[in-house]
Design a protein around this ligand. Structure first.
Ligand SMILES: Nc1ncnc2c1ncn2[C@@H]1O[C@H](COP(=O)(O)OP(=O)(O)O)[C@@H](O)[C@H]1O
Ligand SMILES: [Mg+2]
Length: 311
């Protein structure tokens, strides 16, 4: 039995189909990546798993129990790191952790010990006495994660925990996720950063407009492309006519243009790159760079949606 099993989950907001017939499962010990652009429905899905939002229809089972009927079955085991920072700026880091610890029913010596352990994990021990309003964005994110770990949850959901922070904090957070998984936690990690999900996650669900459009291991998902590769072309400026010409090539299976960058999913033929380069050379576009890359989850997204995943 999977740890978490979601079947035919739906949530509409008036005419927005935020989550539209989503099914997936999470096995114990997985780091499941929920990857998708802004607005894909990731946070809405997570809110329903965390019992903060009631689905319109569908079921969510945790260890076989229906969480709509038995919300406690998941609530006690879950550590939720929300996308929006949930901290009191005028309190210190330690005071924030005490607040959250009490919310989880911890206190006294047990809470102090957990605060020590958690601040070690998130690497903020030396700043615990400072007011949170003095923290950098990355430190706040780390404390936000710490607050969700105080009760030693066996199941952790992190909703875009690395948005808008410095690379050092980002790396620290990615290392924290790996360490938590090594210690036996099961994790759902949502992101719109393909690279993060590729390096962290054992399994991936790609989401778009409320649907899961691809699922499996990274290898399973990218192998569906049959050895395609991706070409990134940077130009001096946007060039719609060139993009259209490239899109008409037989070897191009998908193409997107955002400002002056064209991303192309190309078939695995030796002549593909040459044919693409030839069209560019024949145009009057300024070629800034031309990179051939191995197919990634981004290439899959491009193939399935005709859009680039990135912001
Ligand atoms: N409370 C809400 N009321 C109305 N629309 C919402 C609400 N929450 C989310 N949405 C809409 O549902 C869609 C999915 O949103 P969300 O789950 O936040 O996506 P993601 O987390 O992948 O960025 C978006 O179009 C968003 O605008
Ligand atoms: Mg979100």
């Amino acid at each position: 039995m999977p740890l978490l099993q979601i079947d035919h989950l739906k949530k509409y907001f008036k005419n927005i189909k935020a989550v539209d017939d989503v099914s997936f499962c999470v096995e114990k010990g997985d780091i499941l990546g929920l990857l998708g652009p802004n607005g894909a429905g990731k946070s809405t899905t997570i809110s329903m798993i965390a019992t903060l939002l009631a689905p319109d229809s569908g079921t969510i089972r945790y260890k076989g129990q229906d969480i709509l009927k038995e919300p406690k079955s998941i609530q006690q085991s879950l550590g939720l790191v929300p996308q929006e920072i949930a901290l009191y700026p005028s309190l210190s880091g330690r005071e924030n952790l005490i607040f959250w610890g009490k919310a989880y029913g911890l206190g006294g010596n047990a809470l102090s010990k957990r605060i020590d352990a958690v601040s070690g994990i998130i690497g903020i021990t030396d700043r615990l006495g400072d007011k949170v309003k003095k923290y950098s964005g990355g430190m706040k994110r780390r404390l936000n994660i710490g607050a969700a770990l105080l009760h030693e949850p066996e199941f952790i959901i992190m909703d875009e925990p690395t948005v808008g922070i410095d690379p050092q904090s980002r790396n620290h957070i990615l290392d924290t996720v790996k360490a938590l998984a090594r210690d036996g936690a099961t994790i759902i990690y949502t992101s719109h950063y393909m690279e993060e999900v590729e390096t962290l996650c054992s399994r991936v669900c790609i989401m778009d407009y409320g649907h899961i459009i691809a699922a499996g291991t990274k290898e399973e998902i990218t192998s569906s492309l049959g050895g395609q590769f991706e070409i990134s072309v940077k130009l001096g400026k946007e060039d719609k006519a060139l993009s259209e010409k490239l899109g008409a090539l037989g070897c191009v299976s998908a193409i997107s243009m955002e400002e002056a960058e064209i991303r192309i999913a190309a078939k695995a033929e030796d002549a593909s790159a040459k044919a693409i380069l030839k069209v560019i050379a024949a145009s009057d576009a300024d070629l800034v760079s031309f990179d051939i890359e191995k197919a990634t989850l981004e290439t899959v997204f491009l193939n399935l949606t005709g859009r680039a995943l990135r912001d």
